[in-house]
Design a protein around this ligand. Structure first.
Ligand SMILES: C[S@@+](CC[C@H](N)C(=O)[O-])C[C@H]1O[C@@H](n2cnc3c(N)ncnc32)[C@H](O)[C@@H]1O
Length: 285
């Protein structure tokens, strides 16, 4: 099968190439199976830019030009996202997780609930959290303010996130009244109002190398590390994620993701998959 009109890469060539190169990038084929055609499209453009006739020739090029691996890594950044993606998780956040975290923070007489959206793509996840907080919870916890740090390796994704304007298809899953409240229509886009932007700081950052300054009461790391990274990189990154959590803090991963084996100091929040909690601090007598 040939992939698209413009692409000379066949599916079997593409699969073989990805199965060869992904382990070298500490990425895993399983995560890319469904989205491989997106990578083929980018690969094809790269082959055209380099004037190479095939993925086989690109393989030789990679062997001869080690710096090209960084470009290939870039071709593998999958930035699919949308507002209120996997609604069940956000309902759980709204009705259970955020209220419980907020009560604990208030009980400690602290004033901030701090969150990290890791691999935030165009900001959809971080803004969804800001909308839920402001629209549904802020009045119950008037002394608390929400702070979100949202990071992604992709500079262009962070630029889109900072711009905060989206096509209707990106926000279609949000409840209608939230949409009406949080956005203004400008030309053919929906742009977030300032009050929903204010809590969020967007940053370009590679999660393989570092984490933003924490600690965080809530970390969302969905559809990145535990889908695309190999086990070695998952373990290294998970350590960074759990180190960034406060005692009692919550880590949320993607609906279809699971954690690598190991003693990570976190326990499932409930029977619901994908939500984990760091052990609370023990009080000395
Ligand atoms: C599939 S999106 C997930 C977006 C959002 N978390 C969600 O679930 O809707 C994955 C994002 O991770 C980013 N990414 C890939 N590698 C990364 C890395 N090493 N460090 C930080 N972000 C990375 C990609 O640029 C992309 O925007």
């Amino acid at each position: 099968m040939t992939i698209g009109n413009e692409s000379p890469i066949t599916d079997s060539e593409g699969v073989e190439f990805l199965q060869w190169c992904l382990p070298r990038l500490h990425l895993r084929w399983r995560g890319f199976r469904k989205v491989r055609r997106r990578v083929y499209k980018r690969l094809n453009r790269r082959l055209q830019d380099l004037g190479l006739p095939s993925v086989e020739a690109y393989r030789v090029y990679l062997e001869d030009h080690p710096v090209e691996w960084a470009m290939l890594d870039r071709l593998c950044w999958i930035n699919i996202s949308r507002f209120y993606r996997d609604q069940g998780v956000f309902r759980h956040l709204q009705h259970e997780i955020l209220p419980q975290l907020a009560q604990q923070i208030v009980a400690r007489r602290e004033r901030e609930i701090s969150c990290w959206s890791a691999g935030c793509a165009g900001g959809e996840e971080a803004y969804t959290l800001a909308i839920i907080w402001r629209y549904c919870l802020a009045t119950q916890f008037p002394t608390l303010c929400l702070r979100i740090v949202a990071t992604d390796i992709d500079f262009e994704a962070i630029q889109r996130a900072e711009r905060g304007c989206y096509r209707a298809s990106s926000v279609k899953d949000l409840p209608t009244e939230w949409r009406a409240e949080a956005f203004v229509t400008i030309a053919d886009e929906l742009c977030l109002k300032d009050e929903y932007r204010a809590p969020i700081t967007f940053m370009v950052q590679d999660i393989r190398e570092r984490a933003p300054e924490g600690p965080f009461q809530l970390v969302l790391c969905r559809n990145l590390v535990f889908t695309y990274f190999d086990e070695i990189l998952q373990k290294k990154t998970l350590q960074r994620l759990t180190d960034g959590l406060t005692p009692g803090g919550v880590l949320i991963i993607g609906n279809l993701e699971s954690l690598p084996d190991g003693p990570w100091g976190i326990q499932p929040w409930s029977k619901r998959p994908g939500v984990y909690r760091k052990a609370p601090e023990t009080q000395c007598e």
